[in-house]
Design a protein around this ligand. Structure first.
Ligand code: NAD
Ligand code: UGA
Length: 463
C-alpha cells in the first residue's frame, strides 16, 4: 500500500517533532498534524518558526522547510482523519488520577476518544498507528472499537512507539537506534507493517527497522523506559553511599561504565530523573504486573520510583540541614527548572519537588531557567496544590537574568544541567551573595575546585 496522506492526532512533544521529520524526509507524503488545543496549533502555524510551541534544537529549521509544502497543522481533526491513509495516535497517556488504578494505571480516555472519532469519521480503509506509549494489549481495545462500526471500513492497527528523548529529539528522529513496528501476523497485518516500513525507509537504514508482533512492541516501549530509569536510580542509590564513604560517584560511574557490558550512558547521578514518561511508564508497568498477580515483579520495578523520590527529598533536606536547619525567609536561587537541558518541558521536573519542599520550610525562591516562563513555574507548583496559588506567587520569583537571581541569595541549587551555567562569572555571583555562599549542585555540573577557590561552599551529589 502506497501511503500518500498521513494524519497525526496530537501536536505535542512527540507528534510535532516526529511528523515534522517524516514530512521533511518524505516530501511525497502530505502530513497533517491535528490537535484540540487551538492555541498550540496556532503556535505551530506561527509565521516565525522560532515561536513553535516546543523548544528542541534544530526543530524550527525542519518545520520551516516542510511547513506549507507537505506539513500542515490544523484543528480540523475530522477532515484530517477522513483524508488520511495512515493515522498516528500521539495523544497524551498520563497516569490515572481517579478510579481503579488511580496513581498507577495509564489513563486511556484520550486514546479511546481518538479511536471512536476515527471509527465515526472514516469512510475509507485506514492504518491506525499507536505512537503514544500504551499498556500492553491496548491495541485489542482499539481494534474492538474500530471493528464494530458496521460501515465496512477496514482498519489495521500497528504499534510504533517513539524512543526520542527531549532535547535531542531531532537528532534521535533523524538517526534512531531503531524504529520498532509491531503488527498482526496476518497477511493484511504484514502489508500494513510494510507500508509503515516504507515511510521510515526513506531515511532509516533497513537493518534498524525492527518488526515484531503488536504485544512485543507495546511492551518493549515500557521496558525500555523502565531500564533507562533503573540505571539512573541505580547510580543515584550509589551516590548516597559515595557521600558516606568518600568515594566519588563520577569516578565510580566512569570505572563501571568502561566495562563494555555495562556501558557509559545513563550513569549520570542527579537530583532525580524527571520528565513526563519515566515515572508514568514504570507505574504503568507496575500496575500491569500487579493486574496479572505478579507482585514480586511489581515490587521490583516500583523500587526505581521509590529511589527517585528519595533522591529528590534528600537533596532538599540536605539544603535545609546545611543552611543551619532553617531556610525560612532565606533567598535560595534555583538555576534551572526544566527536567533536563535543551527543552522547555517541565513535566515532573525534580526542581518542582525540591521547590515544594523548600517552600514548606518558608524559603524565598528565585528561579532562573533559560527556556521556562514564570507562568509555567507557578502552574507547576499550583498543580501540586500544596499551598494557595497566591502564596506560591509571593514566595517564588522568576528572573530573566541569572546574576540577579543569585544576588543576595544564601544558596544556589543547580537543578538542570544547562551548559550556559558553566560559563558564568562565578566570582561576580559570589561577591553579591550572602556569606557563607553555598552551591548545591544537583547535576554534578560545575567545577568544584574553581568554585571552592572563589570561596563557595560547594556540594555535589555523590561526593
Ligand atoms: P503532549 O501532552 O505534549 O501532547 C499530546 C497532545 O495530544 C496535546 O497537545 C493534546 O491537546 C492532544 N490531544 C489529546 N487528546 C486529543 C484528541 N482527542 N484529539 C486531538 N488532540 C488531542 O504529550 P507528548 O509528550 O507528545 O506524549 C504523547 C505520547 O507519547 C504519550 O503517550 C507519551 O508517553 C509518549 N512519548 C512521549 C515522549 C516525550 O519525550 N514526551 C517520548 C516518547 C513517547
Ligand atoms: C526518555 C527516554 O530517554 C526516551 O528514549 C523515551 O522516548 C522518553 O523518555 C519517553 O518515553 O518519553 P526523556 O525523558 O525525554 O527521554 O529524557 P532522558 O534523557 O531520558 O532523561 C530523563 C530524565 O533522567 C531527566 O530528568 C534526566 O536529567 C535524567 N537523567 C538521565 C539522569 O539523571 N541521569 C542520566 O544519566 C540520564
Amino acid at each position: 500500500m502506497n501511503i500518500t496522506k498521513i494524519c497525526c492526532i496530537g501536536a505535542g512533544y512527540v507528534g510535532g517533532p516526529t511528523m515534522a521529520v517524516i514530512a521533511q524526509k518524505c516530501p511525497h507524503i502530505q502530513v497533517t498534524v491535528v490537535d484540540l488545543n487551538a492555541k498550540r496549533i496556532a503556535l505551530w502555524n506561527d509565521p516565525n518558526s522560532e515561536n513553535i510551541p516546543i523548544y528542541e534544537p534544530g526543530l524550527s529549521e525542519v518545520v520551516q522547510e516542510a511547513r506549507g509544502r507537505n506539513l500542515f497543522f490544523s484543528t480540523d481533526v475530522d477532515q484530517a482523519i477522513a483524508d488520511a491513509d495512515m493515522i498516528f495516535i500521539s495523544v497524551n497517556t498520563p497516569t490515572k488520577t481517579y478510579g481503579t488504578g488511580r496513581g498507577q494505571a495509564a489513563d486511556l480516555k484520550y486514546i479511546e476518544l481518538c479511536a471512536r472519532q476515527i471509527a465515526r469519521v472514516s469512510k475509507t480503509d485506514k492504518i491506525v498507528v499507536e505512537k503514544s506509549t500504551l499498556p500492553v494489549r491496548t491495541a485489542e481495545a482499539i481494534q474492538s472499537i474500530l471493528h464494530n462500526t458496521g460501515n465496512g471500513v477496514k482498519f489495521q492497527i500497528l504499534s510504533n512507539p517513539e524512543f526520542l528523548a527531549e532535547g535531542t529529539a531531532v537528532a534521535d528522529l533523524l538517526q534512531p537506534d531503531r524504529v520498532l513496528i509491531g503488527g498482526d501476523t496476518t497477511p493484511e497485518g504484514q502489508k500494513a507493517i510494510e507500508a509503515l516500513v516504507s515511510v521510515y525507509a526513506q531515511w532509516v537504514p533497513k537493518d534498524r527497522i525492527l518488526t515484531t508482533n503488536v504485544w512485543s512492541s507495546e511492551l518493549s516501549k515500557l521496558v525500555a523506559n523502565a531500564f533507562l530509569a533503573q540505571r539512573v536510580s541505580s547510580i543515584n542509590a550509589i551516590s548516597e553511599l559515595c557521600e558516606k564513604t568518600g568515594a566519588n560517584v563520577n569516578e565510580v560511574a566512569r570505572a563501571i561504565g568502561m566495562d563494555s557490558r555495562i556501558g557509559p550512558k545513563f550513569l549520570k547521578s542527579s537530583v532525580g530523573f524527571g520528565g513526563s514518561c519515566f515515572q508514568k511508564d514504570i507505574l504503568n508497568l507496575v500496575y500491569i504486573a500487579k493486574s496479572y498477580g505478579l507482585q514480586e515483579v511489581a515490587d521490583y520495578w516500583e523500587q526505581v520510583i521509590l529511589m527517585n523520590d528519595h533522591q529528590k527529598r534528600r537533596f532538599s533536606k540536605n539544603i535545609v540541614s546545611t543552611l543551619y536547619n532553617t531556610v525560612a525567609d532565606k533567598k535560595i536561587a534555583f538555576l534551572g527548572w526544566a527536567f533536563k537541558k535543551d527543552t522547555n518541558d517541565t513535566r515532573e521536573s525534580a526542581a518542582i519537588y525540591v521547590a515544594n519542599d523548600l517552600l514548606f520550610e518558608q524559603a524565598q525562591l528565585a528561579v532562573y531557567d533559560p527556556k521556562v516562563s514564570h507562568e509555567q513555574m507557578l502552574s507547576d507548583l499550583n498543580y501540586l496544590q500544596s499551598r494557595s496559588d497566591a502564596e506560591n506567587e509571593r514566595m517564588v520569583t522568576a528572573y530573566d537574568n541569572p546574576y540577579a537571581a543569585c544576588e543576595g541569595a544564601h544558596a544556589i541549587a543547580v537543578l538542570t544541567e544547562w551548559d550556559e551555567f558553566r560559563s558564568y562569572d562565578w566570582q561576580q555571583i559570589y561577591d553579591k551573595m550572602n556569606k557563607p555562599a553555598f552551591v548545591f549542585d544537583g547535576r554534578n555540573l560545575l567545577d568544584k575546585k574553581a568554585l571552592e577557590t572563589i570561596g563557595f561552599k560547594y556540594q555535589a551529589i555523590g561526593s
